[in-house]
Design a protein around this ligand. Sequence first.
Ligand SMILES: Cc1cc2nc3c(=O)[nH]c(=O)nc-3n(C[C@H](O)[C@H](O)[C@H](O)COP(=O)(O)OP(=O)(O)OC[C@H]3O[C@@H](n4cnc5c(N)ncnc54)[C@H](O)[C@@H]3O)c2cc1C
Length: 353
Amino acid sequence: MNTKVDFLIVGQGLAGTFLAFQLMQKGKKVIVIDKGLKYSSSRVAAGVINPIVLRRFTITWRAKEFLHYNPSFYDKLDGYLGKQYHFNLPLKKLISSKDEIDFWEHRYHKDDVSDFIHRDLSDVNANIQPAENFKVGLVKQASWLNISDLLFDFRERLKAQSAILEEEFSFIELNENLYKDIEFDSIVFCEGARGKYNPLFKDLPFSLNKGQLITIENDQLPTDSLLKKKVFILPITKNQFKIGATYSWKWDTSSEESAHEIEVDKTEQLKNQLEEITTAKYKVVSVETGIRPSIKDRRPLIGRHPEKKNVYMFNGMGTRGCFMAPLLVEEFINYIENGTDLDAEVDINRFSH
Ligand SMILES: Cc1cc2nc3c(=O)[nH]c(=O)nc-3n(C[C@H](O)[C@H](O)[C@H](O)COP(=O)(O)OP(=O)(O)OC[C@H]3O[C@@H](n4cnc5c(N)ncnc54)[C@H](O)[C@@H]3O)c2cc1C
């Protein structure tokens, strides 16, 4: 006998997880299909949430709306899973030159940047064992999402509810309202970087981007804030820190395994950039890579298939999935359920003419 659901979701990265959660909260019946790709972007992601582009000190796209929406969403998710995954985390930008100090002051007075950074710079904490004589600029409203634990625990809930198929999605088995023995009203593809090869949504301008992180062990670095210069030092446990992240636009695409190979030169780059911050001794305990689902115009890719009215895509979270996805999921559900318009900047239709 067929199982009947409202939504079939392909992918349980951050996008598919948030979508499944919000739909279930609204009383919808959902089944998720996820192969558990080891190197999916969400499994590797650091989980930093930061409203500012730190190179230019500009405010990111729709930052105020996302900041307004996120706390209630993440509280709800924490409540559902019975554990805290989202934490406020002061972000400290390390500044070393007179030019950088002047630029900080200059940007403070531009647009609404003063809502997001403190004007006064402070001295760096000696525990960091700074490699230079840094000043510290504080970014307001930054936070950290423990995304790997969140995805793991949410998956366990889905398993307990028999709401996940841990397998590769097969397009051959897909008929109008039927996938194998699952009858569905709508299907949503949340495949991350794999979306580039989705045969139903061809020619979308994915501009995939490979990222690498290292995890180090150290007993002295501060665990109460995130430090950022060229790389960030993100505390994830009492003595472990993620250092990242790199950006590559070219890699061996001959197979999925080769695409995810560790880039030795990038590991060295991360270590060198870490040593530009601190002289503290450390041990590298792991190296991870993932492919970010970025789009050419740096905006998400969300919407309905041009002909198949029950087929959707929710993708293109790029470098800021943890920041953007909660509100975009809510807007996407309103679009499907209530016929409200999508933000024109995320709508896949922007590429149809
Ligand atoms: C090194 C690195 C660091 C990052 N740091 C941050 C950060 O600090 N903050 C931030 O906000 N973002 C960060 N990101 C970006 C973030 O990871 C992405 O924005 C986000 O995770 C994308 O989520 P997604 O669900 O769209 O895709 P994915 O995470 O790729 O999820 C797709 C899922 O679909 C499944 N899947 C795909 N195709 C199939 C199929 N055919 N059958 C079955 N299952 C399938 C996969 O198994 C996977 O679980 C980082 C990314 C990288 C690579």
